[in-house]
Design a protein around this ligand. Sequence first.
Ligand code: SF4
Length: 87
Amino acid sequence: MAQLELMAAMVMAHHSEVQTVKAALLFVVAKDVIKAEFTRAQLPEIWSKWAGRIGAVEKAVEVNVWNPRPSALCKFCPVKDCANHPG
Ligand code: SF4
């Protein structure tokens, strides 16, 4: 859901005429679709939520260090030499 929310906010930020974003994530392997809808009225709340996380991203860009963050998605990751990859 966070991905959809952030992508919707970026679309609305770059296209001022967009008032509503209907978004979906398709998980092919799991045969599942997650749908969500966001409106321009939600933008302040969305940006507020993400503002607390941007510092870490900016620091990673600055020093060009991208520490691995293991998750349930590691098994789908193309970085096979990562210590967190299940192989
Ligand atoms: S396997 Fe991929 S997704 Fe998992 S921590 Fe390593 S780089 Fe990140």
